[in-house]
Ligand binder design. Structure first.
Ligand code: NAD
Length: 492
């Protein structure tokens, strides 16, 4: 029997919805059997909380508990339709600024896949706060919806540094940045630029940039070429599920959400409601997430023992859960239950798998964090020269473009001229109109020859446009240190 560790950790545990309580219970039993003393603070979140009328899905007591413990093990949370619009999962990530979503994907013994033997061992590091997941969306007209893709230097720098530091401490040799910078030059382009800047601080690690669609293609064709992949939120969401599929599926996919002071560990999968309460779900994903948790709280030896026991259990083929039986054409009726698998892992504590591990994940070393480059001081901004170039006004209109264009040009006044009108990013006026109208346009006004518009001029212009047209939003056109802070319309 292992002796219980003298350190007693406090950890918040959220059993969650559907199969959540079963898999969380499994991980807690294994941690206890491995001799780690944890005082669990049980907290609620998810479906029952929404139904009780809390539209955030995360009650105050749960937030307080995580603020106290700074670490949580969490079961999947359901977002029931019709009880508030925001996901409790996303709320938790945002409340605690867990900006780094880390999802390892590696070949597991006893889990046959079409890539078996290729030695897949990669980690996807996904930015977890920004991008389209900032959730800033507006209906511009009844039929035109818009979402804001938000990328910041600070957010990019934090996640990219996280990825390089992870590579360094795990002895990994390459970090691949995956972006769509060729199309989204300002947003994904900023992420790529920051990656290229920071890569110079890590000369021992190969840095490469690939376009995200090529990464998807390469992941399917030759996944073993990847080591660490760092990417923006939406890209990361998609390719990390893809990566889980390469190594056995959702039943095996673990994850950690790391912030500056809080970390939340969870399986990648959801609440699998059809299996709830049946004792048939594969608990491996949450057990491996709890291994990440143990490393985070400094219980590396226990983490290694549990990881070894899980791998030895899978390798033995003696405890095959339903999902794996289905994948391998085995007998689903005879499959091992959730509790049976848990017992098998506990029985294997102290055993090592025969297959040698390529590497162990390592606990972050707090002394390794480097000073950030981002600077939001007044002085920093004062040093950047900026110029007001014009105004984009988005508006709804039923006029044919041959009438709308001249009508918008007529109200430009002396300070501005109408440079053009675009529809869904494509130039439609002046010149030959192309595209299919959706009744929503962007009028681009730029400073007239020899004029330097001021803030007041923008408001006057907007007032003149508003007299004739239903505007929906505006964007100030600026340049920073001489570089344009906006993109041209397609075909302009
Ligand atoms: P899901 O992950 O629950 O299920 C997808 C499929 O995988 C189902 O066939 C399911 O039975 C199977 N599966 C999932 N985990 C498994 C495991 N451990 N072992 C064996 N099979 C497993 O996804 P879904 O059905 O799209 O979502 C169900 C609910 O979960 C939704 O309310 C969704 O919002 C929520 N969800 C929560 C999280 C989270 O809390 N992080 C993540 C995804 C989905």
């Amino acid at each position: 029997m292992p002796t219980t560790s003298p350190v007693r950790h406090r950890v918040t545990v959220i059993p969650g919805d559907g199969v959540g309580p079963e898999i969380v219970h499994s991980a807690m039993r294994i941690i206890e059997a491995a001799g780690v003393a944890i005082a669990w603070e049980e907290a609620a979140a998810g479906a029952a909380v929404f139904r009780a009328g809390d539209t955030s899905g995360v009650p105050r007591e749960t937030r307080d508990s995580i603020e106290r413990t700074r670490v949580a093990l969490k079961g999947p949370l359901e977002t029931p339709v019709g009880f508030g619009e925001k996901s409790a999962n996303v709320t938790l990530r945002k409340l605690f600024e867990t900006y780094a979503n880390v999802r390892p994907a590696r070949e597991l013994p006893g889990v046959p896949t079409r890539y078996a033997g290729e030695g897949i061992d990669l980690v996807i590091v996904r930015e977890n706060i920004e991008d389209l997941y900032a959730g800033i969306e507006h209906l511009e007209t009844p039929d035109v919806a818009q979402g804001l893709k938000l990328i910041t230097r600070k957010g990019s720098e934090k996640i990219i540094r996280y990825a390089f530091e992870l590579a360094r401490r795990e002895g990994r040799s390459k970090v691949t940045a995956a972006t769509k910078a060729n199309i989204m030059k300002l947003t994904e382009g900023l992420f790529k630029r920051v990656f290229e800047e920071l890569a110079t601080e890590y000369p021992g690690i190969r840095a490469e940039h690939l376009i995200i669609d090529n990464v998807a293609h390469q992941l399917v064709k030759d996944p073993a070429q990847f080591d660490v992949i760092v990417t923006t939120n939406l890209n990361g969401d998609i390719i990390s599920d893809l990566a889980s599929g390469l190594v056995g599926g959702l039943g095996f996919a673990a994850s950690g959400n790391y912030g500056d002071d809080v970390a939340i560990f969870e399986a990648v999968h959801g609440s699998a409601p059809k299996y709830a309460g049946k004792d048939v779900i594969n608990p491996t994903a949450l057990i491996l997430s709890s291994v990440m948790l143990l490393r985070h709280i400094g219980e590396g030896a226990a983490a290694d023992r549990i990881e070894d026991a899980v791998l030895a259990t899978l390798e033995s083929g003696a405890a095959v859960t339903q999902d794996l039986a289905r994948q391998t054409g085995g007998d689903v009726e005879q499959a091992t239950s959730t509790s049976g698998f848990t017992d098998a892992v506990i029985g294997n504590l102290g055993r090592a798998p025969m297959a040698t591990l390529a590497r162990r994940a390592r606990t972050p070393d707090p002394t390794a964090s480097r000073l950030p480059r981002w600077d939001y001081s007044v002085g920093h901004y004062a040093a950047i020269s900026r110029a007001l170039v014009g105004l984009d006004i988005m508006l709804e209109s039923d006029l044919p473009i041959e009438e709308l264009g001249p009508s918008l040009a007529a109200v430009a006044g002396d300070t501005f001229r109408l440079e053009g009108v675009a529809s869904r990013g494509t130039h439609v006026y002046p010149g030959e109109a192309v595209g299919d109208s959706v009744r929503w346009y962007t009028a681009r006004y730029v400073a007239a020859e020899g004029r330097e518009p001021r803030g007041r001029d923008l408001l006057d212009l907007l007032g003149r446009v508003a007299e004739h047209h239903r505007w929906t939003h505006v964007e100030r056109l600026q340049s920073f240190d001489g570089e344009l802070g906006y993109t041209a319309s397609q075909g302009a």
